[in-house]
Write a protein of this length. Sequence first.
Length: 359
Amino acid sequence: MTPILGFLTPLIIYAVITALHYFLPGRWITGYVAHSETGELLRYRLNGRLVLIVSIVLWFALGYLEWVPYDWLYTVRWYSLAGAFTIGLVFSLWIVLPHPSTGKPFLADFFLGRLENPQLQGGRIDAKMWLYLIGAVMLELNVLAFSGHHHMTHGDAASPGIFLSAALLTYFVFDYLSFERVHLYTYDIFAERVGFKLGWGCLTFYPYFYAVALWSTVDLPDPNIPAWGYAGAAILFLAGWIFARGANMQKFFFKIQPERPFLGIRPESISDGKRSLLVNGFWGLSRHVNYLGEILMACGIALSTGYPGIIWPWLYPLYYVALLFPRQFDDDKRCAAKYGALWGEYKKRVKYKIIPFLY
């Protein structure tokens, strides 16, 4: 019975998250992306942080009532992963197959998608924001269950690193869902289609793989790392967050209020008369400094477990390297086509691609 219930667990959780997203109050926000046919800016109904909080309360309520063990998602982790894998595959087929080809081979269409910005129920549910919401909330529930299992197993001998890693991942999730409006201006929303990469990625990969640091260490004893080691991991994470969040916020304010200073930094830009590019602040350090921030945050989470010699926690930052460095090349090509000579001027002003003074 446990394998079946475990397999169905993500389906039940995803259905509850969807219902909460649909029925809980939300803010209607006009985004950055325009409809491909009408040219009108898309509107989004956002309530991610509220959905996250209510989901956490419901999860703890189920544990308190002893209807579902606090560590249930750890106990059935492999069955749950199989269920999420199936959901991600079925969703990918559903969102791709009925729609016209983009002219690319089928496998390219299936992986990258055919629809740019699908919305349901008059825009009440945007596919991309719904996918990220599902992935973020499920990731947080996995984090709570995994760290709960560690405490239930080790008690007073539990490792502080497990709880630090869980806290950093929790902060990562809350931060993302607290700034949903800002992410309407990021690469994923305006440049990607919805296919296997985004669908399976958010329904399967995001909520399970991002927890790999905990998945691989919660059964291990306290490694007795000195306090400065944990502090260093937290500082590394914080530094990454400053780069990632700071860069995204600076770009966001520049898009909506081009003259507004950010953190006391008055925006400096170059323009061709129609379009403008930031060349100072975070965006003067490198052309993709936010990617550096994501990688540093992931390194902080991996280190915080207290087991730097185990390879599995490092799969998380290595994934970001594998994802973001090729994306940097794709984004540069897209920007060169979009901005033309202006992009060449920008590259002269901002020489480094991701890592300031190094790359």
